[in-house]
Design a protein around this ligand. Structure first.
Ligand SMILES: CC(C)C[C@H](NC(=O)C[C@H](N)C(=O)O)C(=O)O
Length: 323
């Protein structure tokens, strides 16, 4: 290649597009559910990547991927959210655009199918970052989001789950994850924009009004084009205390690899609080990681048209997506 004297030839690199999704920090997924979870998580990652390929932004991609999982009853978000102590559903979600750090979140919302879409509307249509409960629902109504009766979001599985939890009277312990299926996504688009979204029904048998980490910027996720994007899952009270997502990006900021950053942040939460969980992280150059200290974490990633996915530590499946 001919270059002018004194200039440095820069290899022309195709822009990298990446989507990574997670389906919560799971304890024991039965063999027949495993297949459904595996399919759902791959479908979500594929949808996110398709949005990027069609010219959508990182924010579009994470919203699209999380919407797929909210609509899937196998996951603890939207339809299929876990029940609180009253047998009711209160959902939390957040989304963030790493381009300008704009963010939107909702907590304790009921009777809507897709909390992540409402979080995005908070980000784009209000001067605020975070709406809760009644106000968030009023805003949804004003935005023309249809109300869904709460019974339509409840499944047989989540009803049984609450009954079992009440029988066992299991206090939620950080080191004893009992439920699974919180969802999240991170993405890098071809313009170098990073975004994350996280959505959850929270923790089974939780108190009315309990809000976890998932809607809290810095805990449930974070995105900054200068650093990377993270979505987290796990014991919400522990994640809040260590600000898990921003903590992981702090390590990226300090020059750590994505692997090291994830390991350090999750390791700190475990050693300091006995808190278990997992996270997905993509940095600004498209390196990504999915890591967890819970028993397992369904995840899927697409980069360069290649889908990789897994649930347990020792299994990763790779396949090419049809272009
Ligand atoms: C116990 C863990 C490992 C299960 C995990 N729960 C959440 O992520 C809950 C969410 N962070 C909150 O606290 O509201 C899951 O749903 O997969």
């Amino acid at each position: 290649m001919a270059c002018a004297r004194g200039s440095v030839a820069q290899p022309v690199r195709a822009p990298i597009e990446v989507v990574v999704v997670h389906g919560g920090g799971a304890s024991n997924i039965s063999a027949n559910r495993k297949e459904l979870v595996r399919e759902g998580i791959a479908r979500a990652a594929t949808e996110g990547y398709k949005i990027l390929k069609a010219g959508g932004s990182a924010v579009d991609a994470v919203e699209g991927a999380v919407t797929v999982l909210e609509n899937d009853p196998e996951f603890n978000a939207g339809y299929g959210s876990v029940l609180n102590v009253n047998g009711d559903i209160e959902m939390d979600a957040s989304i963030m655009d790493g381009k300008d750090l704009s963010a939107g979140a909702v907590s304790a919302v009921r009777c809507i199918a897709n909390p992540v879409k409402l979080a995005r509307l908070v980000m784009e249509k209000t001067p605020h970052c975070f709406l809760t409960g009644h106000g968030a629902e009023k805003f949804a109504e004003n935005m023309g989001i249809p109300q869904v009766p709460v019974e339509k979001l409840i499944t047989e599985r989540t009803k049984k789950h609450l009954e079992k939890e009440k029988l066992e009277k299991g206090a939620q312990k950080a080191d004893c994850p009992k439920n699974s299926g919180t969802v999240g996504a991170v993405a890098l688009d071809c313009r170098g924009n990073l975004a994350y979204a996280t959505s959850t029904g929270g923790i089974v048998n939780k108190m009315v009004g309990r809000v976890g980490d998932s809607p809290c910027i810095g805990a449930g996720g974070y995105a900054d084009n200068n650093l990377g994007a993270v979505s987290t899952t796990g014991h919400g009270e522990s994640i809040l205390k260590v600000n898990l997502a921003r903590l992981a990006l702090f390590h990226v900021e300090q020059g750590k690899t994505v692997e090291e950053a994830a390991e350090l942040a999750l390791g700190y939460m475990k050693s300091k609080l006995k808190g278990l969980g997992g996270l997905i992280l993509v940095n600004k150059t498209g390196d990504w990681v999915a890591k967890w200290t819970s028993a397992s974490m369904p995840w899927a990633a697409v980069k360069n048209g290649k889908l990789q996915a897994g649930i347990d530590l020792c299994e990763t499946k790779t396949r090419d997506l049809p272009c």
